[in-house]
Every structure is written in structure tokens, then in C-alpha cells.
Design a protein around this ligand. Structure first.
Ligand SMILES: Nc1ncnc2c1ncn2[C@@H]1O[C@H](COP(=O)(O)OP(=O)(O)OP(=O)(O)O)[C@@H](O)[C@H]1O
Ligand SMILES: [Mg+2]
Length: 286
């Protein structure tokens, strides 16, 4: 559905994205994971045609994207990292306005706005202006806005950042519902628990490079399902094991306290970034 073919994005001397090759399938909830500055927003901005790649090509449904293609833009709904709402308009008007820009007729705009305000649970707040919305309400409104023109793909850049636990779960439910309706969801997050819970497949990006892709389950299995964790010589150490008994055995040989628990995506991510750092040190002869 979305294909990235050898994408590079350079900002002066900074390489924000380096040789990205990736295919996102129809109907996936694909999560692009990575720490601050990894290049997630840059990938989203290129996909939504806001900025062109320095080199490489992006295809949506087999068609190469270009800034002027209204047809491609119609296929995507975008939830950016910071608010794209019109602060002085109310919820209803925000959706109406978006629908107008996308050439929807009045009757359809009304029907769709009503349906979406209901979907995100804001029907009773439809006359309040966006400026007065809380962070969670804004994010829900941004999702409704992205969906207004009935796109096939929704791009969400950090859809739950800064939201409390209850609202995050509500947003996860909305995303799952979209997935159930057959929509392709491409999101970024640096919350690894969120990715583990929600995504059918994830990609880990570090310093602009896609380090690994797979289902959360595959990544955990490959690292080892059980992790031994202990603190020694001023740092936290982790070792991965397929068998819990082996992890306990190794732990019992240590002279410090330890814990053995189930591996999660965060452990996998830390393991991958450490591996990359030590590979780099080796090549630099450090
Ligand atoms: N418009 C720009 N001009 C110059 N450098 C930029 C620009 N946009 C991004 N960068 C740089 O590109 C790199 C990747 O940034 P990006 O915003 O894509 O990261 P991110 O993974 O979204 O981070 P975060 O989790 O903090 O949102 C960073 O080094 C950033 O400083
Ligand atoms: Mg970002």
C-alpha cells in the first residue's frame, strides 16, 4: 500500500532518513518506533507530501507520490505531531472546513461530521471552539478531521503523546476500530508498550536508519522471551534467554540482586540500539 524505495532525506549536513526501504501492506497497523530525533516525523512528512525526499521514491497504491496530486492526498488522512485544528472554529466547523477543502458536498459533510463526532465521543462538545479543548480532545478531533474525507490510509505522528492513560486507551480503541474497518494505519510512537499492544507490525528506526522490522511477537521471540536484569559496576545489564530456567540459573550465579521477567519490545529496542552502538565503535576502532 505504501512503498518506500531507497529514501534519503538530508537537511544540510544532517541525514534525517538514510536509505529507507519499506513496504506497508493494506490493512496493517504499522508502527514506526524510535527515540527523539530518529527520523519518524520526517518519514511522515515525506509520505504526506509536505516535504520531498532528497532521493528515492515513495509509492501509494502503486502510484508515485508528488506534491500536486490531489488524488494521492485524497487517499490519506493525516494526524500530525502538533495540532492542525483551526483554533477559532468549533469542532463542527473544523470538520466542515476540512470537508469543503476536499470537495465534499454539504449534505455529505453534515452526515460525515456527525458520524465522526460520535465516533470520537465529542458530539456533545461540537459547538465548543478548538482553542478551549483539552489535549486529549484535540487529538480526538484531529483524528476525526483526518478521517473526514474517507481516506484509505491514516498517518498518525505520535497520536498519544502527552495524553493520560485513559485517553491513550480510548485512542487505541479508535485505532483498532479503524483497523477492523479495513483501514491501513501507519503511526509513529516512542511508547514501546503502545506499539506492542496495538501494532500488527513495527519497524525500529535509529539515527535515520531502519534497523529492524517484524511483528512485536517475532522480535521478542528472536531476542529471547525471558530477560535477566541486574545492576552491576554502575550500569544495568540485560541478558536474554529462551528458557526461563536458564535465566534463573545464570542469575543465581551472580553476586548481585537480579530479576527475571518476560521480554518486552522496549528491551528489544535497547538491545538493538546497543548493538548498533557497539558495531559503530568497532568500525571506528574504539
Ligand atoms: N526542517 C528541518 N530542518 C533541519 N533539520 C531537521 C528538520 N526537520 C527535522 N530535522 C532533523 O532531522 C532529524 C530527525 O527529526 P524528526 O523530527 O524526523 O525526528 P523524530 O523521530 O520525529 O523525533 P521526535 O520523537 O522528537 O518527534 C533530527 O536530527 C532533526 O533535528
Ligand atoms: Mg517526531
Amino acid at each position: 500500500m505504501i512503498v518506500y524505495s531507497d529514501i534519503v532525506k538530508q537537511y544540510g549536513s544532517i541525514t534525517a532518513v538514510s536509505h529507507l526501504n519499506l513496504e506497508i501492506e493494506k490493512g496493517e497497523i504499522f508502527g514506526l518506533l524510535g527515540p527523539n530525533g530518529a527520523g519518524k516525523t520526517t518519514v511522515m512528512r515525506m509520505t504526506s507530501t509536505l516535504t520531498p525526499p532528497t532521493s528515492g521514491k515513495i509509492f501509494i497504491g502503486g502510484e508515485e507520490i508528488d506534491r500536486d496530486s490531489a488524488a494521492i492526498k485524497n487517499r490519506m488522512g493525516i494526524v500530525p505531531q502538533s495540532s492542525n485544528l483551526e483554533d477559532d472554529l468549533n469542532a463542527w466547523e473544523n470538520l466542515e472546513y476540512h470537508g469543503m477543502l476536499y470537495g465534499m458536498n454539504k449534505k455529505d459533510r453534515r452526515k460525515r461530521a456527525e458520524e465522526l463526532l460520535d465516533f470520537v465521543g465529542l458530539l456533545d462538545r461540537k459547538n465548543d471552539i478548538a482553542r478551549h479543548y483539552s489535549g486529549g480532545m484535540k487529538r480526538k478531533m484531529m483524528i476525526a478531521k483526518a478521517l473526514m474525507h474517507r481516506p484509505e490510509i491514516i498517518l498518525m505522528d505520535e497520536p498519544t503523546v502527552g495524553l493520560d492513560a485513559a485517553i491513550r486507551r480510548k485512542i487505541w480503541d479508535l485505532i483498532r476500530e479503524l483497523h477492523a474497518q479495513g483501514m491501513t494505519v501507519f503511526l509513529t510512537t516512542h511508547y514501546l508498550d503502545e506499539a506492542q499492544m496495538l501494532c500488527t507490525r513495527v519497524g525500529m528506526i535509529h539515527e535515520g536508519r531502519l534497523v529492524k522490522t517484524g511483528t512485536p511477537e517475532e522480535m521478542i521471540r528472536e531476542a529471547g522471551r525471558h530477560v535477566l536484569e541486574y545492576y552491576q559496576d554502575g550500569s544495568t545489564h540485560q541478558q536474554f534467554f529462551t528458557e526461563r530456567s536458564r535465566a534463573l540459573e545464570r542469575g543465581n550465579q551472580l553476586s548481585v540482586g537480579f530479576q527475571v521477567r518476560e521480554t518486552n519490545l522496549e528491551d528489544v529496542f535497547i538491545r538493538l540500539t546497543n548493538q548498533r552502538l557497539s558495531e559503530k565503535e568497532n568500525t571506528l576502532g574504539m
